[in-house]
Design a protein around this ligand. Structure first.
Ligand SMILES: C[S@@+](CC[C@H](N)C(=O)[O-])C[C@H]1O[C@@H](n2cnc3c(N)ncnc32)[C@H](O)[C@@H]1O
Length: 219
């Protein structure tokens, strides 16, 4: 079960997750396009060991805030160690199931509504990604910038690495058919779309409407 994988495997996650050869480019692409600015508040949904946090902390600076939410205490412990080791002072961590996220608690931990929401390689693992995303957007202010990075089977000549992609997805418990980035395509404006590593990694970045309907949909 995915929950157990991320509990017992937390210490090994960074070593086994093919971060540098495969997956890092997804997060760097999304964060560059989100362009978090000094003083902004960022929600990192399903943050895991905090691989996004050094980039986000550097972007928002000392007056900003980065809130990592994850349901695994062990993954959050690794994120905490990372923040301490690298002096990432803006990072706050909240242990919660994203599909049941308490919007007010998240806003309180962040110090206000999020200006930026990012979810990397996590929604396709969740039992109800639509509900998790709906709650994440409810934490955000109208006009916030949002990004989803997730995985599918590689295509074209890159299909040769499909077994590898399946193995990593299987290790992580991801559904390669979930296509969670569609939630940005349907719910945001000015959406940019990138496929990386033979389409295995999909990146979508967009902007929420100025009057966000998600405010009415708050749980
Ligand atoms: C593959 S890791 C990705 C972590 C990080 N976002 C990254 O880019 O490295 C997936 C993470 O999603 C978390 N996760 C899975 N389902 C979750 C849920 N329902 N609520 C919160 N976190 C969840 C897992 O605990 C794990 O840390």
């Amino acid at each position: 079960m995915a929950r157990e994988r991320y509990s017992s495997g937390a210490r090994l996650y960074d070593a086994l997750s093919a971060e540098w050869p495969v997956y890092r480019v997804g997060r760097t692409t999304a964060i560059a396009q989100l362009d978090p600015r000094p003083g902004e508040r960022v929600l990192d949904l399903g943050c895991g060991t905090g691989l996004n946090h050094a980039l986000l902390d550097a972007a928002v600076g000392p007056d900003g805030a980065v809130l990592g939410v994850d349901r695994s205490a062990q993954m959050l412990a690794a994120a905490r160690r990372r923040a301490e080791r690298y002096g990432l002072r803006t990072v706050r961590l909240l242990e919660a199931d994203a599909t049941e996220l308490d919007v007010d608690a998240a806003r309180e931990a962040l110090g206000g509504p999020a200006d930026v929401v990012i979810a990397t390689y996590t929604l396709s693992i969740m039992s109800d990604p639509a509900e998790a995303w709906r709650r994440a957007l409810a934490v955000a202010r109208p006009g916030a910038r949002v990004a989803i990075v997730d995985m599918q089977e590689p295509h074209g000549s890159a299909r040769i690495v499909s077994p590898l992609a399946r193995a990593f997805a299987g290790f992580g418990g991801a559904d390669l058919n979930a296509r969670t980035w569609r939630m940005i395509e349907t719910g945001a404006r000015g959406v940019s779309a990138r496929g990386l590593r033979g389409g295995h990694i999909q990146v979508r970045v967009g902007t929420l409407p100025d009057t966000s309907p998600t405010q009415e949909a708050r749980p």
